[in-house]
Design a protein around this ligand. Structure first.
Ligand code: FE
Length: 233
């Protein structure tokens, strides 16, 4: 009898939830994760970078790859003193530690991806202005030369990794990192980054990484974000 009542209650609950959703009622909130590492909320809708980066790519990249790193990170730190640390601390304390490779890889990949989404905006691209434009000219000779070097660096990363524009002392520098490596472990402050893992572009550009790096600079890069970072924000 009890079993039957439970079953009936569950059936009724399903009926009400289904009816509620059909009537446009808000979906029930998802249960909170055991620990707090999550991808930063996307700064724009998942279809906002179309047609340069398709919604399908963002759904896989943000919803599966990026979230997957956060899920693995939570599994690694759950129930340990590390669970309460800031993600930058996790990256710093695990960098170059042979016994903490998985912790580093997943923490750094969460951070790198947060930074990658912030490095773009719908209708981005074009040329920077102000101090950022001046520093690019001083560091690379011209904006066109900066673009060439950034794309060449993206192309020269063998396998998975990242391309970065960073502040190095009084100059700007382009650098590449492999796999999950991130310039913050070298004390460098990134301004923008490009994900050159194949999962970032394969659905849209197949093996044409150069096309992806080019449209990133021409149509997506968020120079306002870079300028704010340069200004210390
Ligand atoms: Fe990625």
């Amino acid at each position: 009898m009890t079993k039957l009542n439970v079953s009936a209650t569950v059936s009724l609950a399903i009926l009400f939830v289904t009816a509620g959703l059909a009537a446009g009622a808000p979906a029930p909130a998802a249960p909170e994760a055991a620990t707090g590492y999550k991808p930063a909320p996307m700064p724009y809708p998942e279809n906002a970078l179309e047609p340069v980066i398709t919604e399908k790519t963002v759904q896989f990249h943000y919803g599966k790859h990026h979230k997957g790193y956060a899920d693995k990170l939570n599994d690694l730190v759950k129930g340990t003193p590390l669970a309460d640390k800031k993600i930058e601390e996790l990256i710093t304390l695990s960098a170059n530690q042979p016994d903490k490779v998985a912790l580093f890889n997943n923490a750094a990949q969460v951070w790198n991806h947060d930074f990658f989404w912030a490095s773009m905006k719908p209708g981005g691209g074009g040329t920077p202005t102000g101090k950022l434009a001046d520093m690019i000219k001083e560091s690379f000779g011209s904006f066109e030369e900066f673009k060439k070097q950034f794309i060449d660096t993206a192309m020269s990363q063998f396998g998975s990794g990242w391309t970065w524009l960073v502040i190095d002392g009084k100059n700007l520098k382009i650098l590449k990192t492999g796999n999950a490596d991130t310039p913050i472990t070298q004390g460098l402050k990134p301004l923008i980054c490009l994900d050159v893992w194949e999962h970032a572009y394969y659905l849209d550009y197949q093996n044409r990484r150069k096309d992806f790096a080019t449209v990133f600079l021409d149509k997506l890069v968020n120079w306002d974000f870079a300028a704010a970072r340069l200004a210390g924000k």
